[in-house]
Design a protein. Structure first.
Lengths: 656, 419
C-alpha cells in the first residue's frame, strides 16, 4: 500500500489560519537579516485575510504576534508613537502593495491597543483611540467607496482591503461617534490656535464631503467649520470660485461691502481659520477701501489704533504676503496687531527689513520644497512671520525632535519679537546664526549634527528656516558644557533663550544616577518662586523655560520635554493653575494618574496648556528662578509637598 | 579574521562544542538563517561582495572567490583546516568541486575530490552510472553543431522514422550547469543553427517518454536518512512534495536506485539530488545527479510540508560528528509525517510586451495559494526565451490534496501573471 500524509480536509478559513500561523512563525524564528525575505509572504497571506470582512479577525487576533515576529522592523511602523494620522490616511488610499498591507496591520494594531486587547509598550490606548479617529476622519470618503483615479489604477485588491479594514475600524470605534467626534476633535485642536492647520483643513474638507451626503446628517458644530473655510460670507455663499467672487465684489454696494468684512472677520475669529475668499477680499479693499481693513480683520480698538499708526507698513505686508496660498497669514496679521507689539520701537523697522529681505539659495529652496512655487519663497516666509508674531503659542515642533528650538521661537515671539526677526534675518539671508556661550561665539555652521537629522518636517515657514540653526546651536552648546558633571540646561537655557531666564536653577534628579535628589527642596523652591501664595503674590514676569518628565496615560515615563512656564494664576473656580506652552503640536494630553492637560475651559489663552499647580509640579523636573527673589520656601505646607512627592513617585519617579 | 577566532565568533557561542564545525560554500540567506539557528558552529565562505553584509549582521565569514580551481585552491583548504573546520558543504553547483577539493584535505581522503569531479561533468557522470549498472538513455558528447545534427539523425533512424516524419526530440545540456540552465530541446536542424557556439561542448541525450521526477536524499555513513520524491508537473515550471500516490508507489524501487547510485559514486555522506525518468512500463532511467541543494526552493517546500529545516539536515548529513541517533531523531518519517502538500510554480511572462504584474484572481482566491515572490516588470519587452531560461519568480501553494495541487499547478501554465 502506498503511504499518504495523514491530513484532514480543511475549510478555507482554517486553511488561511494555518497558512497565517505558519508564515508568522517562520518570520518570528528567522534572524533579523533573513526577515526582509520572509515578511513579504506574511503580508501576502494577510492581504488575503483582509480581503473579506469575515476574516479580518484572523489578522486582528494575531496582531501582537505579527508585531513580535518583526513584520514592522526596519520601517516607520516599528515606532508607532511617531506615526502621523495624515500620512497613515494617505497610505491607505495611495500606497502600493506592501505599504497598504502594513498600514492596515498598523491600524488594526492601534485598534487592538485602543480596545485594550493588546498592551503596547509605546502606545497608550487613548493615543490609539485618538489616532484612529483622526485616520477615520481623514478617510471618510471610504465610507462611500469613492476612490479617485489614482486609487483605481492600483493593484487589484488594495482598494478592497483598505475599505474592509476601514469599515472594520468604523464598526469597532462606533459608526455614529466618528462624525461628531471628528468635529469635536477639530474644535479642540483649533482652540489652541495652531499656526499649522493643513491637517485640520483636510479633515474639514472631508466633513464637507460627508455633509453633502443626506444619509450622514449634520454633526454638531460641523457647519461652522465648513463655512469658515469655504463660504464664510454672503458673497461667497455657494463657493463660487475666485473669478466669480471678484466680479461680485466690483458690483457690491456699501452695505454689502461692510457685511462681507464683518462676516469674514467673525468666521476667522470664531475658528482661527481663514477662507481663501477672505484673502481675495482683503487684497481688494487694501487697494480700493483701506478704511475697511479694521472691520475685515475684526480688530478691537487696540488693533485699530496700531493699524492706523502703521498703515503704510500694514498695507505693504498685505500686498506682499497675503494670497490664497497664504490665507492663514490674515489671522496672523490680525492677532499681531491686537498684541500691540508694533509699538515696540524696533518692530516696524524690523518688519520693513523683512519685507525686502533677500533670501539665501538654501532658504529659498527649502521654502519652495515645503510650500510650493505658486509664489516666490519670500512670500511664504513673510506670511509665516506674521503668523509666528501673531500666534506665539501656535508654534509647533512638527514631526521633529526639536522641542528646544520650537520653544525658543515661541518664547522670542512672545517676549522679544524684534530679536526673533533678527534671528530670522540671519538664518534666511545669511544661512548662519551665531550665538554666544559664556563669551564664546557658537555658529550654526559648525559641524555639529542636530537632533533633527536631514531637516525639519511639517512646520511653519519660520520654524522651517530657523529651527535647524537653533537645533545645531543647542547641540553645540551642549557639547561645550558636557564634561561639567551638572545638567547642561542650567548654563545653556539663559545663554540660548535670553537674559530673562533665571540664573537660579533646580533639578529634581541627580544628573549622574538619574535618581531623585533633594526633591522636597526642589518643590519648595518651585512654589516659593512661582506660586503667588508663597512668592509675595508676584505674577510670572518673563516666560521661563522648564523641563517636564512626560508620562503617558498609564503614568509611565516617556521622556524629558521642554516647555515654557507662562503664568501661575487662579482659574474661574479659584483653582491655582500653572499655564504653560508645550511646543508639541497638540498640548491636550493625558499624562496618567488623572493628570489631564487642559487646553481650554480653565482660563487658558489661545495656545496655552494648563494643570492645577500641584499636578504640574508633580511632573516638573527642572526650572529656573531668580535667586535674588527666593520667596518663602519654608512656608509651603508639608501636606502639599507630600502629595506632590506621592504623585511623582506613583508615576515617572517610581524607580528613581 | 584569524582562524582561531572564527570558532569563537559571537554567533558560534552557545553552540554544541562536541559537534562539528562546518564551512558553507556559497551565499544563501535562507541557509545562513537556518544554520545560525542550528547547534553547529559554522563559517560562510563567499565572495567579497558579501563581506559588508556579513560583518553588519554578525555572520562568521571568510571571503573567497569561487572561480575555476587554480593553484591558490590549497590556500582556502588550509585556512579552513587551521580554523578547525571539520567539513565543507557546497550550496551551489559552482562550489561542488571546491567542496570536494577542500574536504579531501580536511578529511584526508583524496578520492573525495575525484568524486566531486564526477558530479561536475554530466558526461563523466553518465558513464560512471552506466559502469555501476544503472540504466541511462543514449547520450553523446557534442563539440560543435555537426555533432548535434548527427546525433539527432542517428537517434531518429534508430526509432525507424521515415523521411518527413516528425523527429523525436533530443536534449542538449551544458556539462556543468545547474538544473535547467543551458538545457535545450532540439527537434529540427533549424533548432541546431540557433545554438550559439559558446554553448559547446555539451551533452546530448535522447528523449525519454516517461515521467520525470527528482529525488532529494540525505546520506550519512553511506545510508539514506531521508528520501524525498519531488514530482514535476511540467519540467521547468512546477514541482511539489511529497509526490502523488501514483509516483510514491515506486518508492521502494526508487530507494534501490538511490542505493545503487550511492555505491556507484562511493558516497559516504552528504546530500544528493538526482533526476530520473520512469517509463510507462515502470523502468527507471537515470538522468543526472547533483551534490548540492536543488533549485526551485524544494528545501522551502519540504519545510512547509514536514516542518523540518532541510539546511539543518544538510549540516547533519555532512558533519562527521553526527551520531546515528541524532540524525534519526531529526528527520520525520517520509510521506506519513507530512502535514500537507507544498508546491511552487515558476512564472514566465506569456506575452511579448508586458507592463504590469497581476496575480490572476482565480489563483489569489484559491485556498491553496500562499504567497509569491514576483516583482513588477522592469522592462516592458520580454526577451525571447532561449533554452529553458529562468523564471521571473515563484508562486507558492500549500494544500491537503495532491491531485488538486497538481492540477492547480498545471492550470497556472495557462494564466497570465504579467499583462
Amino acid at each position: 500500500m502506498v503511504a499518504e500524509p495523514t491530513v484532514t480536509t480543511r475549510s478555507p478559513r482554517h486553511q488561511l489560519e494555518i497558512q497565517l500561523d505558519n508564515a508568522i512563525a517562520r518570520l518570528d524564528e528567522a534572524r533579523s537579516f533573513a526577515k526582509p525575505a520572509l515578511s513579504g509572504r506574511v503580508l501576502d497571506i494577510c492581504k488575503r485575510a483582509l480581503m473579506s470582512a469575515d476574516s479580518v479577525d484572523l489578522v486582528y487576533d494575531r496582531i501582537a504576534a505579527l508585531e513580535r515576529s518583526g513584520i514592522f522592523d526596519g520601517s516607520d511602523w516599528a515606532t508607532p508613537e511617531i506615526l502621523q494620522p495624515l500620512l497613515a490616511a494617505n497610505t491607505l488610499r495611495m500606497g502600493n502593495r506592501h505599504t497598504v498591507i502594513l498600514e492596515c496591520l498598523s491600524q488594526l494594531r492601534f485598534l487592538a491597543v485602543a480596545r485594550g486587547d493588546y498592551f503596547h509598550p509605546s502606545v497608550s490606548s487613548e493615543h490609539a483611540q485618538h489616532f484612529l479617529s483622526q485616520v477615520l476622519a481623514l478617510n471618510l470618503n471610504l465610507l462611500f467607496d469613492s476612490f479617485g483615479e489614482a486609487e483605481r489604477e492600483r493593484e487589484a485588491g488594495l482598494n478592497e482591503i483598505a475599505r474592509v479594514v476601514y469599515l472594520h475600524l468604523v464598526e469597532h470605534i462606533g459608526y455614529e461617534n466618528i462624525f461628531d467626534r471628528v468635529v469635536d476633535e477639530v474644535w479642540r485642536i483649533l482652540a489652541q490656535r495652531p499656526i499649522q492647520v493643513d491637517t485640520v483643513k483636510t479633515v474639514i474638507t472631508q466633513i464637507a464631503v460627508c455633509m453633502a451626503n443626506p444619509e450622514m446628517g449634520t454633526p454638531r458644530g460641523g457647519d461652522r467649520l465648513v463655512s469658515a473655510l469655504f463660504n464664510p460670507s454672503h458673497g461667497c455663499r455657494e463657493d463660487p470660485g475666485f473669478d466669480a467672487y471678484m466680479q461680485r465684489l466690483q458690483a457690491m454696494d456699501e452695505h454689502a461691502f461692510q457685511q462681507e468684512a464683518g462676516a469674514f472677520a467673525r468666521a476667522m475669529h470664531d475658528t482661527g481659520l481663514v477662507s481663501v475668499y477672505h484673502t481675495v477680499f482683503l487684497r481688494d479693499i487694501n487697494e480700493r477701501r483701506p478704511d475697511l481693513l479694521p472691520a475685515a480683520l475684526g480688530l478691537s480698538s487696540t488693533g485699530r489704533e496700531v493699524l492706523l499708526c502703521y498703515q503704510p507698513l500694514i498695507q505693504a505686508l498685505i500686498d506682499k504676503a497675503i494670497f490664497p496660498e497664504t490665507a492663514q497669514g490674515v489671522y496672523g496679521l490680525a492677532t499681531l496687531l491686537e498684541r500691540g507689539i508694533l509699538y515696540h520701537p524696533a518692530m516696524a523697522p524690523a518688519l520693513w527689513r523683512q519685507l525686502a529681505l533677500p533670501l539665501s539659495d538654501a532658504t529659498s529652496e527649502a521654502l519652495t520644497r515645503a510650500f510650493g512655487n505658486a509664489h516666490p519663497a519670500h512670500v511664504y516666509l513673510l506670511a509665516g512671520v506674521l503668523n509666528t508674531l501673531g500666534q506665539p503659542l501656535g508654534v509647533g515642533q512638527g514631526n521633529n525632535p526639536t522641542c528646544q528650538a520650537a520653544r525658543a521661537i515661541s518664547m522670542w515671539s512672545y517676549n522679544d519679537p524684534d530679536y526673533l526677526l533678527q534671528v530670522v534675518a540671519w538664518a534666511a539671508r545669511d544661512n548662519e546664526v551665531v550665538m554666544h556661550f559664556e563669551g564664546q561665539p557658537v555658529s550654526s555652521r559648525q559641524a555639529v549634527e542636530g537632533l533633527a537629522k536631514g531637516g525639519v518636517l511639517d512646520v511653519d515657514p519660520v520654524s522651517l528656516v530657523v529651527a535647524p540653526h537653533l537645533d545645531r546651536i543647542y547641540m553645540a552648546m551642549g557639547q561645550l558644557c558636557m564634561e561639567r558633571g551638572e545638567d547642561p540646561h542650567r548654563r545653556i537655557n539663559p545663554e540660548f533663550h535670553g537674559w530673562w531666564v533665571g540664573r537660579g536653577f533646580h533639578i529634581a534628579v541627580d544628573v549622574a544616577s538619574g535618581l531623585l535628589s533633594e526633591y522636597e527642596t526642589f518643590l519648595r523652591y518651585f512654589y516659593a518662586s512661582y506660586h503667588p501664595y508663597y512668592n509675595g503674590n508676584q505674577p510670572v514676569i518673563h516666560p521661563q523655560p522648564a523641563g517636564i518628565a512626560v508620562t503617558n496615560s498609564a503614568g509611565r515615563f516617556v521622556g524629558w520635554h521642554a516647555i515654557t512656564l507662562l503664568r501661575v494664576a487662579l482659574d474661574q473656580e479659584d483653582m491655582m493653575r500653572a499655564y504653560f506652552f508645550n511646543p508639541n503640536n497638540d498640548s491636550g494630553q493625558d499624562w496618567g494618574d488623572d493628570v489631564i492637560v487642559s487646553t481650554s475651559g480653565h482660563g487658558e489663552r489661545f495656545g496655552e496648556a494648563s494643570l492645577p499647580v500641584q499636578q504640574f509640579a508633580s511632573r516638573l523636573y527642572l526650572f529656573h528662578y531668580d535667586s535674588l527673589e527666593p520667596g518663602s520656601p519654608e512656608k509651603v505646607p508639608e501636606e502639599d509637598i507630600a502629595t506632590i512627592v506621592a504623585m511623582a513617585r506613583a508615576t515617572w519617579a517610581s524607580e528613581r | 579574521m584569524t582562524g582561531t577566532s572564527l570558532k569563537d565568533h559571537p554567533s558560534n557561542k552557545n553552540k554544541n562544542p562536541d559537534k562539528g564545525f562546518v564551512a558553507i560554500l556559497g551565499w544563501s540567506l535562507a541557509a545562513i538563517d537556518a544554520i545560525d539557528r542550528f547547534d553547529r558552529r559554522y563559517v560562510i565562505v563567499a565572495p567579497a561582495w558579501a563581506e559588508e553584509f556579513a560583518n553588519a549582521n554578525n555572520i562568521p565569514y571568510i571571503p573567497w572567490n569561487f572561480e575555476r580551481l587554480n593553484d591558490r585552491s590549497m590556500e582556502i583548504a588550509k585556512t579552513l583546516k587551521e580554523a578547525g573546520v571539520d567539513v565543507a558543504i557546497p550550496l551551489f553547483e559552482e562550489t561542488v568541486e571546491w567542496a570536494g577539493a577542500i574536504n579531501s584535505v580536511l578529511l584526508d581522503q583524496p578520492r573525495i575530490y575525484g568524486q566531486a569531479l564526477l558530479f561536475r561533468d554530466k558526461a563523466l557522470m553518465k558513464r560512471r552510472a552506466q559502469l555501476g549498472g544503472i540504466r541511462v538513455g543514449i547520450f553523446e558528447e557534442a563539440h560543435d553543431k555537426d555533432d548535434v545534427i548527427r546525433f539527432l539523425k542517428r537517434v531518429n533512424q534508430t526509432l525507424l522514422k521515415l523521411e518527413g516524419d516528425p523527429n523525436d526530440p533530443i536534449h542538449m545540456k551544458a556539462f556543468d550547469k545547474a538544473g535547467c540552465l543551458g538545457h535545450r530541446v532540439i527537434r529540427t536542424p533549424e533548432d541546431v543553427y540557433n545554438i550559439p557556439d559558446n554553448e559547446f561542448p555539451a551533452l546530448l541525450e535522447s528523449h525519454l517518454d516517461g515521467w520525470e521526477f527528482a529525488v532529494e536524499a540525505w546520506i550519512h555513513n553511506g545510508k539514506i536518512r531521508f528520501l524525498n520524491i519531488s514530482e514535476y508537473v511540467t519540467l521547468g515550471y512546477s514541482v511539489f512534495v511529497p509526490a502523488t500516490p501514483e509516483l510514491e508507489k515506486y518508492r521502494a524501487q526508487i530507494t534501490q536506485e538511490i542505493e545503487k547510485l550511492i555505491k556507484a559514486f562511493d558516497i559516504d555522506f552528504g546530500f544528493i539530488h538526482p533526476e530520473y525518468f520512469v517509463t510507462n512500463d515502470g523502468v527507471m532511467y537515470f538522468g543526472e545527479v547533483a551534490y548540492r541543494p536543488p533549485g526551485f526552493k524544494v528545501f522551502e517546500l519540504l519545510e512547509r510540508s514536514y516542518g523540518f529545516n532541510a539546511y539543518q539536515g544538510l549540516v547533519l548529513s555532512f558533519d562527521p560528528k553526527t551520531t546515528d541517533e541524532e540524525i534519526t531523531a531529526f528527520f520525520p518519517k517520509e510521506v506519513v509525517d507530512a502535514k500537507g502538500y507544498a508546491g511552487c510554480f515558476g512564472v514566465y511572462p506569456r506575452r511579448r510586451v508586458v507592463s504590469n504584474l497581476e496575480i490572476p484572481p482565480e489563483t489569489e482566491q484559491h485556498p491553496y495559494f500562499e504567497f509569491h515572490e514576483l516583482q513588477q516588470p522592469l522592462e516592458n519587452k520580454v526577451t525571447k526565451r532561449t533554452a529553458f531560461g529562468t523564471h521571473w519568480g515563484l508562486v507558492y501553494f500549500f494544500g491537503d490534496d495532491s491531485h488538486q495541487l497538481r492540477d492547480l499547478l498545471k492550470a497556472q501554465e495557462d494564466l497570465d501573471y504579467y499583462i
